[in-house]
Write a protein that binds this ligand. Structure first.
Ligand code: IPD
Ligand code: CA
Length: 261
């Protein structure tokens, strides 16, 4: 088991990598005509930046932490008791269209416990950091979840993908509106969870999401006081799971609305 100081050293090292990866991604983002956009499936976008940023992070993580494993959205990988979970570009559909709401997300799980989370949104000049037991920050300032208690004031993000039949998504959306929530979708699960952490929204829910979308955000949001389901239960690392991340007072009602517990 690593000490908090050892974990902090790891966090600093990876912050440096993420800053470099962020400059790389931003460079691609500034040249929209050469992004080499292709589709992995319906509404599942890929650009050359996704592969390039993931390759860069994998190479550097292997040098820094040769005994650890890496799981990435583009290249896969295996879990271990020290695993980095990487989404090179989350919000690729936004990235490919010139919308700034995208990020690089890296989470570290020690003995399956989410321990370090770094989410960088270079086009927005925002860096979220969380370390288990050490709090969460946005650009160096401590962040906390909102204090919203009334569901009729709640602002909820409901993530969507073609992995879930539209009827199921629409049923949750309908129950959310019927309860009085304002619902949105911004197409980056990692940033959506960070927005719960700093109180811009009151909850992020999605009926299925992959580990690379949420591994970092879970550390950041839980350190900011969010209530989050046990996402890594069962095969969560390799196959994904539902996620519900909410300010605590709203969590019970949102569990009912989303069916995610
Ligand atoms: C997607 C985004 C989206 C979420 C999907 C993810 P990608 O990741 O995070 O917001 O709803 O579940 O697959 O394709 O942009 O890396
Ligand atoms: Ca993603």
């Amino acid at each position: 088991m690593m000490t908090p100081a050892e974990l902090e050293l790891r966090r600093y090292a990876v912050q440096g990598l993420v800053a470099e990866a962020g400059r790389m991604a931003l460079d691609y983002f500034g040249k929209q005509e050469s992004l080499g956009v292709t589709m992995k499936g319906a509404q599942d976008w890929l650009t050359v930046a996704d592969g390039a940023v993931e390759d860069f992070l994998r190479q550097r993580l292997a040098v820094l932490f040769p005994a650890d494993t890496v799981i990435g959205e583009e290249g896969g990988g295996a879990a271990s008791d020290a695993v980095w979970i990487v989404d090179p570009i989350d919000g690729t559909a936004n990235f490919a269209r010139g919308d700034r709401n995208w990020c690089i997300s890296i989470g570290f799980l020690q003995d399956r416990v989410p321990t370090i989370g770094i989410v960088a949104a270079p086009a927005l000049d925002e860096l979220y950091i969380g370390q288990r037991g050490q709090g969460a920050t946005l650009n160096g300032r401590a962040i906390t979840v909102s204090g919203t208690e009334d569901i009729k004031r709640a602002y909820v993000e409901l993530g969507w993908s073609t992995r879930i039949p539209s009827e199921r998504y629409l049923a949750v959306l309908e129950r959310g509106y019927a309860a009085g929530c304002s619902v949105k979708r911004s197409a980056s699960g990692a940033l959506g969870i960070c927005h719960v952490a700093n109180g811009r929204t009151d909850a992020y829910a999605e009926l299925h999401i992959n580990a690379w979308d949420v591994a970092a955000g879970i550390v950041i949001a839980s350190e900011a006081g969010a209530s989050i389901n046990d996402f890594f239960a069962g095969d969560g690392i390799s196959k994904g799971n539902p996620i519900l991340c909410a300010t605590p007072a709203l969590a019970p009602q949102l569990r009912e609305i989303t069916g995610i517990s």
